[in-house]
Every structure is written in C-alpha cells, then in structure tokens.
Design a binder for this molecule. Structure first.
Ligand code: URA
Length: 243
C-alpha cells in the first residue's frame, strides 16, 4: 500500500497490518480502532486502485461513513468535493434512497439538501414524517460530473456501502426515489412507470421496497406530484402496520 494511503488510514484511526510472512504480497489484514477493537480476518487486498482496502461487513454506521469518506474505488473520487454518506435516524423505519449527490449535496456532504431535497422534506411532512425520523441515502456516494447518470461500474463498486447501510438501519420499508435508484436497488431495467404501485423486495435483505418518482422529476413535471403523494401515503400506511 502506498505511503499516502497508509497515513490517511492511520489518521482515520485504522491500523493496517501487513503480514510479515507474506512479505510484499498483497495479503493483509485490517484492524479497526474502535471502542472495542477486533481483528478482521486477513483477506487479499485487491487492485491498487483502492479496491477493498477495508472490509465493510464489520462496521457500524460511523465506521462505514469513515470508510466511505476516503473511498477511491471508482473514478468519481477525482471529481467529488466530498462523499455524501447518508443522514437520518440510525434506526429509521423508512429509508429513502435516491440516485446520487448533486452539486448542493457535494458541497454540503448531505443527501437531498438542494431544491429536490426541499420538496422531499415537504412531501414527507405532508404524510406526517419528518426528515429526521427517516434515513436518507443514495445509490452512489459521490457526485457524477455534470450530474450524469451513474455508470454501471460506479454503482457496482459503491453497492456494498448501501447494502451495509440497509443492514445496519434495518428499515421496515425502503422508498426508492427515481428510476436510477429503483433499477439499481431492484436489479432490473423495467421502466419506473411499471415499478411504481407494487411492493418489491430488495434482493439482498428482503426489505420491502416501494418505488416513486424522483423529487427533481416532480419539479419538472408537477402534474405527477399526485402519484407521488399516493406512493407516500401507501408508504406511511405500510409503516403503521404492525409489527
Ligand atoms: N438527487 C438525488 O438522487 N440524491 C441527492 O442526494 C440529491 C439529489
């Protein structure tokens, strides 16, 4: 591992152990400096581009956020201002998943803080949910240049982070906002119009998923707000069902 990466990880409180037996081989194990540090199984480091330097499967949300903050798994790290991890109640019953940070989010480090985010807050409020009571994240954690769609290799490399967020928050319901979020989350190419109106399952965790339009789309097509309102009411209803 190069010296810059090593000092960066050390500064984050992550101790990287290089196997003596393996000499300069890529075998290494990673120990997280946490409240009760424990050693993570040795596993091969992948390419030197920063792939899988650390395992995400043993982290809590703050630890995962630290890992994400120094992620260089895809090219988007070269153009981002900062990563945009996720925000909200760590035990939220509803998790809202958008596409990717835009310019405002890239600047602020928080998802959905621009115009679309303000509309999202209003929509949540309209069904009696506050922004602070839900958990909000995106399919990818870095802004694509000029807000282009995320590329398949970017979503694939970022996917373990979102999967771990879902595993840790354990929401009762996921609301996928927009085509990109829905198609990536559900591993489908179906059009959003077909995905709306049904209860899907996130393939890894089995969490129920509802699909709705992206708030940025609603800003451009206000006539569709009524359908999103129906989606949110349905989400609200599902959250109320016990257990
Ligand atoms: N659009 C998204 O999909 N996510 C954000 O965080 C902001 C805008």
């Amino acid at each position: 591992m190069d010296q810059r990466k090593l000092s960066c990880l050390n500064a984050m409180g992550i101790t990287v152990w290089q196997s003596r037996a393996a000499g300069n081989s890529p075998q290494q194990s990673v120990e997280w400096a946490r409240t009760s540090p424990r050693v993570v199984e040795a596993k091969p480091a992948l390419a030197s581009s920063g792939d899988d330097l650390v395992s995400v499967s043993d982290t809590d949300l703050p630890g995962l956020e630290r890992i994400v903050s120094i992620c260089v798994r895809c090219g988007l790290h070269q153009t981002r201002t900062q990563t945009v991890f996720g925000v909200g109640a760590p035990d939220a019953r509803l998790m809202i998943i958008g596409e990717a940070p835009g310019a405002d989010e890239d600047r602020m480090g928080e998802p959905f803080v621009g115009r679309a985010g303000r509309l999202l807050n209003v929509m949540l409020g309209a069904v009696g949910l506050s922004r602070g009571s839900v958990y909000i994240a995106n399919i990818i954690k870095c802004r694509p240049p000029k807000n282009r769609d995320p590329k398949p290799d970017e979503t694939a490399r970022c996917a373990p982070y979102l999967r771990r967020q879902i595993e840790l928050v354990r929401p009762k319901l996921i609301l996928a906002a927009g085509r990109v979020a829905a198609q990536n989350l559900l591993a489908t190419t179906s059009a959003i119009g077909r995905l709306r109106g049904q209860v899907h399952k996130e393939p890894v965790s089995g969490t129920p998923v509802l699909v709705t339009y992206h708030p940025a789309y609603l800003l451009r097509s206000p006539a569709e707000k009524r359908k999103s309102w129906e989606d949110l009411k349905r989400a609200r209803g599902m959250l109320e069902d016990r257990p």
